[in-house]
Design a protein around this ligand. Structure first.
Ligand code: 5GP
Ligand code: MN
Length: 341
């Protein structure tokens, strides 16, 4: 965080404030990790703090410290609205445009005018925050919250709960420390989190070793549906609502499926298309390795965005039409999708 922003924020936080922390719809480990860590930290400073999430998290995050204190906008409209209306300061974590809160909560936030602090690592932030701490080179918002505490001179307040939340966010957003944005700073920070009581083996187990039979069957269906487009070094998976229903789909079950497509030798661009009949959309995840920017691709063609190697988007046409549109775009990218092999 720039030192004048830090000074400004120190001034704002000098006296006890009502603070809201909000994160994106379909929260992931980094969304909850960064939000809950900040919740514990700001509470320690004596503020009245509430985390509001647009919707609930997947089951594999339900164990996180403080998770039960989160108000879910979708479930508890009345208290969530009251909290947000009364928040003098709102921290926006792990997203950079209000529409990422979903239609309902996004529209509601548009009616308020709090002092916004954005902490986020996605590209091209919208201009709604009073203080914008954005750095797309950092692996996770959780690492940024650590660095924020550091710039506030408050690393002394680090404790087991904060360390556990931050570790969870860093672990999940770096794909267990393997994505390129994981650098030596990340590892130094993680070392410090372990020293403060984050239990790496236990956190990994709680996140990853919680497969259900249904989820594995759904994975098997997804792998069955995998299509490789050799010419474009591209692979994709599609899952229809009927297929999801057949395997008793629960939120979070498809997490990581797209990585199987990207793990293929000579594949540098991968996508998964998931039908959501309730929301009447196809939710898409894109992944790439190397210089091909899925952020640009998602932004330009599928109303989405994210990072250079991981992005998401959506389509309002049918599953089949969405996949056709995707395939028809590939010839325009044939040069960028070339590999050295
Ligand atoms: P995922 O594919 O795991 O849902 O998301 C990958 C990355 O892209 C995440 O960093 C996420 O924040 C971002 N992302 C996912 N969906 C969207 C979207 O619809 N719009 C934007 N701007 N970013 C997205
Ligand atoms: Mn993140």
């Amino acid at each position: 965080m720039k030192s004048d922003d830090c000074q400004r924020l120190k001034e704002v936080l000098k006296t006890p404030k009502s603070i809201g922390i909000v994160t994106h719809r379909n929260p992931d480990g980094d969304a909850y990790g960064s939000s809950l860590a900040l919740y514990f930290y700001l509470s320690k400073l004596g503020h009245k703090v509430h985390v509001v999430s647009p919707n609930d998290c997947p089951g594999f995050l339900k164990w996180m410290p403080g998770q039960g204190d989160i108000t879910i906008f979708e479930h508890d409209l009345k208290s969530a609205s009251r909290i947000l209306k009364n928040s003098e300061v709102v921290f926006a974590l792990d997203f950079n445009a209000l529409h990422r809160l979903g239609d309902m909560m996004g529209d509601f936030m548009e009616t308020l005018n709090p002092f916004y602090v954005m902490i986020d690592h996605h590209q091209e932030p919208d201009d709604f925050a009073n203080i914008t701490y954005v750095d797309p080179t950092i692996c996770s918002t959780s690492q940024m919250v650590y660095q924020f505490m550091d710039s506030m001179g408050d690393l002394g307040l680090m404790d087991e709960k904060i360390a556990t939340c931050l570790y969870t966010g860093i672990l999940t957003d770096t794909g267990s420390f393997r994505f390129p944005a994981t650098d030596s700073t990340t590892h130094r920070i993680v070392a410090n989190l372990l020293d403060h009581g984050a239990n790496n083996a236990e956190i990994y187990r709680k996140i990853h070793d919680v497969n259900t039979y249904d989820r594995l069957q759904l994975l098997s269906r997804a792998l069955h549906n995998l299509v490789v487009l050799k010419k474009y070094h591209t692979a994709y998976i599609s899952l229809s609502q009927n297929e999801l229903n057949r395997h008793n789909f629960q939120r979070g079950d498809t997490e990581g499926f797209v990585n199987y497509a990207l793990s293929l030798k000579n594949v540098i661009f991968a996508a998964i298309f998931i039908e959501d009949r309730k929301q009447k959309i196809i939710k898409i995840s894109f992944r790439s390795s190397g210089n091909f920017s899925v952020n640009e691709f998602a932004r330009n063609h599928f109303s989405g965005g994210g990072h250079i190697n991981a992005a998401g988007g959506r389509s309002e046409t049918s599953l089949q039409e969405t996949v056709e549109k995707f395939k028809n775009l590939l010839p325009d990218y044939i040069e960028e999708l070339k590999t050295s092999e």
